[in-house]
Ligand binder design. Structure first.
Ligand SMILES: [Zn+2]
Length: 282
């Protein structure tokens, strides 16, 4: 505070240095004990629609985690934790797993398909139960969810969404490894991320031709943008550029998605130039 609005004029000049909206006590507490991943989690009891077993699933406390950025392909990044680790529910008894939103919503026929084609054959690994999920455990949950989606013949869009989220989790895993200075398995993790991004691209490309919008909660222009980003990530600049053009021309596309598309267009141009220079150098 300064000038007309300083607190010195009322004898409280020490307040001039303070942030009006900051909770000092909370900040000091956070300095002494920095928040941990488990502080943002809670257990939720969920009933398995396949075998009826009730188990606790770790979920995020709503409104507690802070979004810090969004990647080009729409992956949200939060402070302290990787939210992707907590998006799959898994029954510890029969192994049935699915993204939290679709876990309970399977038909009687699909339940039967899971029982016969999955539960009788799956070999479940056990993990040390802690206050959080490790990346290894979270990846296993995604693998089980994708296997279940394949066995119950889920729609292409749903399977593509699991692949996309698996790729995001692998990216988080690679970032975590780098932070730890651990380069073991890094190349394999990065390769797997690329593979899953490729599968997500194939799956969503199929979904837009046979399914109606919204697909996994996303409208047409969001899916178009996601496809453009996935094409870019997997090196298909031509397809990416075509989709960007489609979004920019779409009168119904919102301003945020258009803005993202325009940013992506710049990245496509930069990458095209980089490739051209690389070619001329060789
Ligand atoms: Zn079960």
């Amino acid at each position: 505070m300064s000038g007309l609005f300083d607190f010195g004029s009322i004898g409280l000049s020490d307040l001039d240095e303070e942030d009006i909206f900051e909770d000092k006590k909370q900040k000091e507490k956070e300095k002494l004990e920095p928040p941990k991943e488990e502080d943002f989690l809670l257990d939720k009891e969920v009933e398995c629609p396949v075998c009826g077993n009730k188990s606790n699933q770790k979920i995020l406390k709503t409104g507690k985690v802070k979004l810090i950025s969004t990647d080009r392909d729409l992956r949200p990044k939060y402070s302290i934790l990787d939210s992707g680790k907590y998006e799959v529910y898994q029954c510890g008894v029969c192994g049935y797993a699915a993204l939290a939103k679709s876990f309970s919503h399977i038909s009687a026929k699909q339940t039967e398909m899971i029982r016969e084609g999955f539960c009788t054959r799956v070999k479940l690994r056990s993990f040390v139960q802690g206050a959080t999920y490790s990346y290894e455990e979270a990846l296993e949950r995604y693998k089980l969810a994708l296997a279940c989606a394949m066995v119950r013949k889920a729609k292409a869009g749903e399977k593509a969404y699991i692949c996309l989220k698996t790729a995001w989790l692998l990216r988080g895993y690679a970032e975590f490894k780098k932070e730890q200075g651990d380069t073991g398995l890094l190349a394999e993790i990065e390769k797997a991320e690329q593979d899953y991004l490729g599968e997500a691209y194939r799956g969503f490309s199929k979904a837009v031709t046979v399914e109606s919008f919204p697909i996994c909660g996303m409208d047409e222009s969001t899916i178009d943008y996601l496809l453009a980003a996935l094409a870019f990530e997997t090196g298909n600049l031509e397809a990416s550029s075509r989709l960007v053009y489609k979004i920019v021309q779409n009168k119904n596309a919102g301003s945020r998605v258009k803005e993202r598309a325009i940013n992506l267009k710049d990245e496509i141009l930069a990458e095209t130039r980089r490739r051209r220079n690389e070619k001329s150098e060789n």
